[in-house]
Design a binder for this molecule. Structure first.
Ligand code: UD1
Length: 461
């Protein structure tokens, strides 16, 4: 069996405290383009079809394990005594495994599976004992090569000489090596260093000493290996993931008018010939059909499902639980929440549709509102096919507005409306003849009195 066909297991280190995030939440649970951060290395690991993924967790372990149940075997590192110590925590879980071990990190979300596959190929090609991923990035591990250019050890910045600190090639911390070799070399590592930690990096020097061949896969563009330690790096990683997502959508036939001002989460689906205009944010698992036009400034949240040829915006807001049938039109300043709108429904301006089931072809006039909340509980309404809701109508839920009925503009509707009926729920208009002239007279009398008062002192003098 060639090394390229060898079985592989992945260890993902995710026990760090994440102090620099200054968060109440563990770093690996921080959301990033719609997924918690740890989801990314787990997905990259899963792409290699490993026998097992072992995640080493520490801070908020219960929550991390609950969030990723079934996607890894979890082991705990109660005290963070260094990366080598963290890997040792996985040894029991992998006791019966023979093959390659890949070591990844919960806070390195940008690594591509293709890069990991290149590491696998490099190990096979050179029959290397250990492959390390290196890049010109600002991290602590400095790659030391000998006169022949062979990698011989990694020095951590606090332990390095001034000359070593000038070396640009750095250790991303990702390694691929044989399982037995890993446990053998790691058992020889101590904590005799500046930080008093068990450094995983020491296995490289030990490998060289034991006669193993060490290869480095050098990434010209270090972006992929970006570790997220603080909020600024979180923003940078998010931007990279969104940029990749937009590139993928564009290559699948979606028009993104301005990728720099468009935010689409990684699990969003958008059909071909759809157009997303600038300033839109599409989140979570939202799914849009084909030929959808999202105009500037729209927000589409998770759990929204949009059919084909739908028009949304500008400045519309679809909240969770929104289902829009084909050819629906949602116009400016319209908000829809937890509602199902049948084919061809129109709400072109300034409406709120919450907790409603709306039949095909129904129409909401400007300013019409489904009043779904009475201050205590939410109520659901049904609006039948072809119903016409006039401008500025308030539909007080729960309500049944039957098909092809009409609600007069300005009505406040509190009772069900039968099919084909007109509902009028507003004060009757009356015209008061001659009112304007009477008012004009009254106001001029009043201003005469007022000017008399101000001029009185002068007159008396
Ligand atoms: C480590 C490497 C360094 C490399 C850098 C790349 C060592 C000794 N140093 O340094 O060569 O350039 O990564 O980013 O390995 N972790 C645990 N338990 C621990 C300690 C760490 O799970 O006890 C996890 C952290 O959650 C983190 C990762 O390991 O995801 C790296 O730990 P960190 O302390 O940030 O390592 P660096 O000092 O940056």
């Amino acid at each position: 069996m060639g090394a390229a066909d060898r079985k592989i297991c992945v260890i993902v280190l995710a026990a760090g405290r994440g102090t620099r995030m200054k968060s109440r939440t563990a770093k690996v649970l921080q959301p990033l383009a719609g997924r918690p951060m740890l989801a990314y290395p787990l997905a990259a690991a899963a792409a290699l079809h490993p026998e097992q993924i072992v995640a080493v967790v520490g801070r908020d372990a219960d929550r991390v394990e609950a969030a990723f149940e079934g996607r890894a075997t979890f082991v705990r590192q109660e005290q963070q005594r260094g990366t080598g110590h963290a890997v040792l925590m996985a040894q029991d879980a992998l006791a019966d495994f023979r093959g390659d071990v890949l070591i990844l990190y919960g806070d390195t979300p940008l690594l591509r599976p293709e890069t990991l596959e290149r590491m696998v190929a490099l190990r096979a090609e050179h029959e290397a004992a250990l492959v390390v991923l290196t890049a010109p990035v600002d991290v602590r591990g400095i790659i030391i090569r000998d006169a022949e250019g062979r990698v011989v050890r990694i020095v951590e910045a606090p332990d390095a000489t001034p000359d070593e600190l000038l070396i640009e090639e750095r250790n991303t911390g990702v390694y691929l090596l044989d399982s037995e070799w890993l446990w053998k070399t790691l058992s020889q590592v101590d904590d005799d260093n500046e930080q008093g930690e068990i450094y995983l990096t020491d296995i490289l020097e030990i490998s060289v000493r034991e006669g193993g061949r060490v290869e480095a896969l050098y990434l010209d563009d270090g972006e992929e290996s970006l570790g997220v330690d603080d909020r600024a790096q979180l923003a940078r990683a998010t931007k990279t993931i969104v940029r990749r997502k937009l590139a993928e959508l564009m290559s699948d036939g979606v028009t993104i008018v301005d990728p720099d001002s468009t935010w689409v989460d990684v699990d969003v689906r958008i059909g071909r010939d759809s157009t997303i205009e600038p300033g839109c944010v599409i989140q979570g698992n939202a799914s849009l059909g084909e030929g959808v036009h999202v105009k500037p400034g729209c927000v589409i949240e998770r759990d929204c499902e949009v059919g084909d040829e739908v028009e949304i915006g500008p400045n519309a807001h679809l909240r969770p639980g929104t289902r829009l049938g084909n050819r629906v039109r949602i116009g400016n300043f319209v908000e829809v929440k937890n509602s199902v709108l049948g084919a061809g429904v129109k709400a072109d301006h300034l409406s709120y549709i919450g907790d409603a089931d709306v039949g095909a072809g129904a129409s909401f006039g400007a300013g019409s509102i489904v009043v779904n909340y009475d201050g205590i509980a939410k109520h659901r309404s049904r609006i039948g096919e072809g119903a016409f809701i006039g401008c500025n109508a308030n539909l007080i839920a729960p309500l049944e507005i039957e098909q092809n009925s009409f609600v007069a503009a300005g009505s406040t509707v509190t009772q069900n409306v039968p099919a084909e009926a007109l509902a009028v729920g507003r004060a009757r208009q009356r015209n008061v003849e001659g009112w304007v002239a009477r008012r004009r007279r009254k106001t001029s009398d009043r201003s005469d009195e007022a000017s008399d008062e101000t001029t009185t002192p002068e007159k008396s003098s």
